[in-house]
Write a protein that binds this ligand. Structure first.
Ligand code: MRU
Length: 339
């Protein structure tokens, strides 16, 4: 679905080749870390089928070039590179047909595993909310940003199904307005009560009203538990610390980059400043204004109460609690809480 046109129009973009897929990721017609990973995997499955190949070698050469094209779209969401590397593990076989079929199956596996991970995070995360909870969230982390259900919004959805959510405070999420355009759209469809606030209202709401928790998704989590997410997330975490409100991140383990020890080394995408100086094509600043647009920030692990994954809850986030998630029989929340 073309997320640039939401909430006004629900239009689907059919992609017949990997270059169209790459363009959709780059221009944010599709966005959200897990969704980017799933879509990129399908992009490679498409690349294998989008023309005739005379040999397996010709196909593999083409796949490597398609992989590079897809990898060059957005730098921060590690799910993109995770999915591309996982697909590359299947760039071999006895025939062109076999490779084509294996890649298609693997893309479907990635999609289905992400959906299952979302559901599991929902169950684990909902346990952390009190009854009658007012939950603040930032950016869009729902069905649009994943294979379905969502990460942070998936936790909110599950908690709502359990009757635990009174309302959701939705940060509009300047400058791209993922909260106003996408999260509000998803919550409205589901009939979950929400109130839209501008990002600069969050502190006031925390001070003057009941806010029980904030929960966000992530584009990349370092091996020690630092959380890269949509610009503005760090500010929410700082506010939570001051107001003594738990701050949670929900993300599948495909978002954890074990090769990235420190969050400060996570590459931060700088997008066009026109996305700051203009809204939907209309200038909101004088012509020639110098602006900045870092699209993500990194919340240090000290500010994160817990990271909810499909394999357990790392609480508090640390090298040890993150590493424990990757053990074959990962201990559940209670054991991790003690680490
Ligand atoms: O620039 P975007 O819209 O792709 O950024 C999305 C986010 O920051 C989300 O919070 C993150 O990808 C987690 S989505 C489940």
């Amino acid at each position: 679905m073309d997320q640039l046109l939401l909430p006004g129009k629900e239009t689907w973009i059919p992609c017949a080749n990997h270059k169209q897929v790459a363009a959709c990721i780059k221009h944010m017609n599709v966005r959200g870390a897990p969704a980017i990973g799933c879509v990129a995997a399908y992009g490679l499955a498409l690349a294998a089928q989008e023309k005739k190949f005379s040999s397996t070698q010709a196909l593999i050469t083409y796949l490597n070039s398609a992989k590079a094209t897809l990898a060059a779209t957005r730098p921060t969401a590690v799910n993109l590179f995770w999915a591309l590397e996982r697909m590359k593990g299947f760039f071999s076989g006895d025939s062109v047909k076999e490779i084509q079929e294996t890649l298609e199956r693997e893309a479907i596996n990635i999609f289905e595993e992400d959906l299952a991970a979302n559901r599991r995070m929902g169950e684990l995360g909902a346990e952390l909310f009190p009854q009658n909870a007012v939950i603040l969230t930032h950016c869009n982390t729902g069905s649009l940003a994943t294979s379905g259900w969502g990460t942070a919004l998936g936790v909110i959805r599950t908690a709502y199904e359990q009757g635990k959510v009174k309302k959701v405070l939705v940060d509009e999420t300047r400058p791209y307005l993922q909260g106003a355009r996408l999260t509000a759209w998803e919550l409205k469809k589901d009939g979950i009560p929400y109130e839209l606030i501008t990002d600069n209202m969050a502190a006031h709401m925390m001070k003057t009203e009941k806010v029980d928790a904030a929960i966000v998704g992530s584009d990349r989590i370092s091996a020690q538990g630092d959380v890269a997410n949509k610009i503005g997330t760090y500010g929410v975490a700082v506010l939570c610390k001051y107001h003594n409100i738990p701050f949670y991140a929900a993300a599948p383990t495909s978002t954890i980059d074990l090769k990235m020890s420190e969050g400060r080394n996570i590459p931060i995408e700088e997008r066009s400043v026109k996305e700051v100086t203009h809204i939907r094509g209309s200038a909101i600043a004088p012509a020639g204004t110098v602006a900045r647009h870092p699209a993500f920030d990194v919340t240090p692990r000290e500010l994160v109460t817990a990271i909810i994954t499909e394999k357990g809850v790392a609480r508090p986030p640390s090298a040890a609690s993150i590493a424990a998630l990757f053990q074959t029989h990962a201990p559940k929340q209670a054991a991790l809480a003690a680490i």
